[in-house]
Design a protein around this ligand. Structure first.
Ligand SMILES: [Zn+2]
Ligand SMILES: [Zn+2]
Length: 112
């Protein structure tokens, strides 16, 4: 049986890392778990359309952007690919966990 992984389209899915049932975002596409902030390396990242990696992407750092707000840096466990995604801390239904964000900021220094 094939379990449903993170999807490129905006619908609910179950996080493979913490098993949270993730609801779709009202504004834009959610590509990471709001609870543990992990993602999965799929081919929907810009410039990476040939990738078919499916590796779990760890949230390795938090960056702040003057216009976009908080961003999470993801790194693929399998191939090391890194990408930056906007956080949805103010989503009315299922906001990204500020607690997890603070944990990542505490434990990881962004060296990019
Ligand atoms: Zn999760
Ligand atoms: Zn990968």
């Amino acid at each position: 049986m094939v379990t449903r992984r993170f999807t490129v389209i905006n619908e609910s899915f179950v996080c493979e890392v913490c098993l949270t049932n993730v609801q779709p975002l009202h504004t834009g596409c959610r590509n990471h778990c709001p609870q543990c902030l992990h993602s999965v390396h799929l081919d929907h990242f810009p410039g990476d359309r040939a990738a078919n990696c499916d590796g779990i992407m760890d949230p390795i750092a938090i960056k702040t952007h003057s216009k976009k707000g908080y961003m999470v840096v993801h790194r693929c466990r399998v191939c090391g690919y890194e990408t930056v995604n906007k956080l949805a801390l103010d989503d009315p239904v299922q906001p990204d966990s500020m607690e997890t964000v603070l944990d990542i900021m505490k434990n990881n220094a962004w060296k990019g």
